[in-house]
Design a protein around this ligand. Structure first.
Ligand SMILES: Nc1ncnc2c1ncn2[C@@H]1O[C@H](COP(=O)(O)OP(=O)(O)OP(=O)(O)O)[C@@H](O)[C@H]1O
Ligand SMILES: [Mg+2]
Length: 506
């Protein structure tokens, strides 16, 4: 591809404010078609906001945008699409229409356009094009499947398919890899590289997983507090520098050292079987003060398992004991009464009330606690607790009354984690808690989990990030195909060994 054919998109001196928040100030960002750009920064740095301006979501910004030297006005998502700019947003589930099928979602723009112009929609063609697009992506999903039936990873691929169905010059991927498995990530990277080299698409790739950024990006832009703080060629920067630029301080990624005496059996699960979610756990124990890792690749059944013991799926058979006493988690609220807390994986969907304030979200699970003390909800106590969590997790919000919907993706995640830290549970189940949170916050989450263990709680930590599991846990169960296939002592095992069992090794 020679330079003459390249398209250039330039954002100049962009600033934007929301009530109480200066989200971007004087940002310059430039990209050319045919190249892959990394965009990194801590939660709330302004990455998504900058990209939403390109996508036509926010129009009240100051500054100018140029396409090939000509000033352009992006006033709506449709304007953006017509200019060849496609954004795959972080909030995957809000971008898709759950009750439409795969083909309809991929071809949504075409369908809407045709309907607008009162043209005939040829459904066979719609399905044919959708199928071909999925095929080029190497994705095997039936185009007649309803989108609500798909996994997060599949939804992500549908959005990418939707993006490439059009003539796309610039493709923006806002944290696309967060819900994907390693194989799916490899596949996505293959697709992205192909789009950039062979189809001259300019790609912006946002991720909190820095190794990924080093793997596929040529250039990298670092944002902090609404500003661009660095722009580098990828070979001129290393991971450590990048993290320090993002956080604005020195940082060493050590796992917190804990001084815990692991006590007696706190939680015991026996002969647990859930035919519906195909989970089968013969025996699992968690001791007082122990952090037990559940390691498994995406799709191994970790989430189903976490949900099952939390009573989301009715328990088919099996026994749960706490401190030797049999309990029945027949529903999530019963599980909470029994001393369980679950920090779910799909936080936006399951963990947050998007239209409520930060304080309401943070204190929702412990309302009964506030109510019990004073027989009415003690508003000031509520606020104090909320402020404490906001500080502990450095949740970026103007104040505790901000609507959760207005927080950045990673900060919403922190709220869901935070809200379970207020109630005094016995067993904490973390399902991929670090997904989508920046490296600084990740560290704070590890600290908090460590503190919970020191308080004598039992912790289940499910993740596909094996280095994290190795860093934080005392003991590890490896899951494969819905079952625990191996129990390992953290001190005596390695990433390779975990991977061996997690991929079905015997
Ligand atoms: N619609 C909105 N109303 C109010 N504040 C907003 C809105 N959108 C974004 N913000 C604020 O602007 C700042 C930047 O948010 P943005 O979503 O761009 O961050 P981000 O870099 O994408 O973070 P993350 O890594 O967590 O996704 C945050 O403080 C956020 O709370
Ligand atoms: Mg974001």
């Amino acid at each position: 591809m020679n330079n003459a054919e390249r398209s250039k998109l330039k954002m100049e001196d962009i600033s934007i404010e929301f009530p109480g928040v200066k989200a971007l100030s004087h940002v310059n960002f430039e990209l050319e078609s045919g190249k892959i750009y990394g965009l990194v920064g801590a939660n709330g740095a302004g990455k998504s906001t900058l990209m939403k301006i390109l996508g036509g979501v926010y129009t009240h910004y100051a500054g100018k945008i140029y396409l090939d030297g000509k000033e352009i006005n992006i006033k709506s998502p449709r304007d953006a699409k017509e200019l060849g700019i496609e954004v795959v947003y972080q909030e995957v589930d809000t971008a898709l229409v759950p009750y439409l099928d795969v083909a309809e979602n991929i071809m949504l723009n075409t369908i809407v356009n045709k309907m607008d112009k009162k043209q005939f929609v040829g459904w066979n063609v719609i399905h044919e094009v959708a199928r071909k697009t999925l095929q080029t992506l190497g994705v095997d999903i039936n185009t007649h499947t309803l989108v609500e039936k798909l996994s997060l990873a599949q939804k992500q691929l549908i959005l990418i398919a939707r993006a490439i169905v059009q003539k796309t010059r610039f493709l923006i991927l806002d944290e696309p890899t967060a819900p994907l498995s390693n194989t799916e990530i490899k596949e996505l990277f293959r697709i992205v590289k192909d789009l950039s080299t062979n189809q001259n698409v300019g790609v912006v790739f946002i991720s909190h997983r820095l190794p990924e950024v080093f793997e596929i990006c040529e250039k990298i832009t670092v944002m902090r507090d609404g500003k661009v703080v660095a722009e580098k060629d990828i070979e001129k920067v290393d991971m450590k520098q990048l993290v320090e630029l993002m956080l604005g301080r020195k940082f060493s990624e050590n796992y917190p050292k804990r001084k815990v005496n692991i006590g007696g059996k706190k939680l015991e699960i026996k002969n647990f079987e859930d035919t519906k979610s195909r989970i089968k756990i013969t025996n699992l124990t968690v001791h007082r003060g122990e952090i037990v890792g559940i390691a498994g690749l995406a799709g191994a059944g970790k989430t189903e398992f976490c949900k099952s013991i939390f009573g989301v799926f009715p328990l088919r058979s099996g026994e749960i004991y706490i401190n030797g006493k049999r309990i029945y988690n027949t529903s999530p609220s019963q599980a909470v009464k029994n001393g369980f807390a679950l920090i779910p994986e799909e936080r936006r969907k399951e963990g947050i009330w998007i239209n409520e304030s930060v304080v309401t979200n943070l204190t929702a699970t412990s309302l009964s606690k506030f109510a019990r003390i004073l027989s009415i909800v003690n508003v000031s106590l509520e606020r104090v607790c909320a402020r404490d969590i906001i500080k502990k997790l450095s949740i970026k919000t103007p104040d505790e009354y901000q609507k959760a919907a207005y927080l950045s993706g990673g900060n919403q995640q922190k709220i869901v984690i935070g809200k379970w830290l207020i109630p005094n549970a016995d067993i904490y189940i973390f399902d991929e808690p670090t997904k989508g949170v920046d490296i600084g916050a990740k560290h704070e989450i590890f600290e908090i989990i460590g503190q919970l263990a020191e308080m004598g709680k039992g912790i289940i930590y499910a993740s596909c990030e094996f280095p994290e599991i190795l860093g934080i846990s005392d003991r590890i169960y490896v899951m494969y195909n819905g079952q625990i296939v191996k129990e390992l002592e953290t001190e005596k095992t390695s990433e390779e060994e975990i991977l061996y069992y997690a991929t079905g090794g015997k």
